[in-house]
Design a protein around this ligand. Sequence first.
Ligand code: URA
Length: 233
Amino acid sequence: MPKNYCGTMETYRLMIEQSGRKIAQAGDNVWMLAPVPDTTSLAKVAAASKSCTACPLYKNATQTVFGEGPKHATMMLLGEQPGDYEDVAGKPFVGPAGKILNRALEESGIDRAEVYVTNAVKHFKWEPRGKRRIHQKPSSRDIAACRPWLEAELRLVEPHLLVCLGSTAGQAVFGPAFRVTKERGKVLESPFGKKAVATVHPSSLLRQPNEESREREYKLFVADLRVAVKAAK
Ligand code: URA
């Protein structure tokens, strides 16, 4: 229930239900679900996502960053949320993390033009620090509010394999107890009925303390992507 709503949870739930919007509930929290249109057109779903106000993140973001790639890609890459660059460009993984991801994709034999790339959360969540916009990790509520868009992407693209990049993507798919450190590089069965491989988020490579550990982690990342290539066949 929004902080500024003056009423009981029951009246809030009734208010949303009467407006025809779907709701989600976890404990005492009730929130609106993303308004995904009933269509088989990925372009129409993407267009509808542009005006999503299901959670408050749209207020501070420049735009919704929906997934992109071929409609029937065999592989779907799932990141966390758009960053500063993606928020401005309106496309996923075009900033520094995207550059290292592109390099690793190429090295593991994946053509980025042939995969569908998206995020668990479609708006950039940030807080101001001076003139900079500092990334904030999405909450489980942000992920839940955005989940219908991801479900629609999975339903319409029907990839053979989902690659979860980092803990937010892993938890969006497998639930909050999921640990990338424990499960990375394995072929898993996801609750969406698709095979999945989890690995680290490419931005974690950028945060490595030195060149040696960056190179080591980068090699492990490429090795996980190679597992994904085999599993997607
Ligand atoms: N990090 C993500 O998780 N997704 C993007 O699109 C960019 C950075």
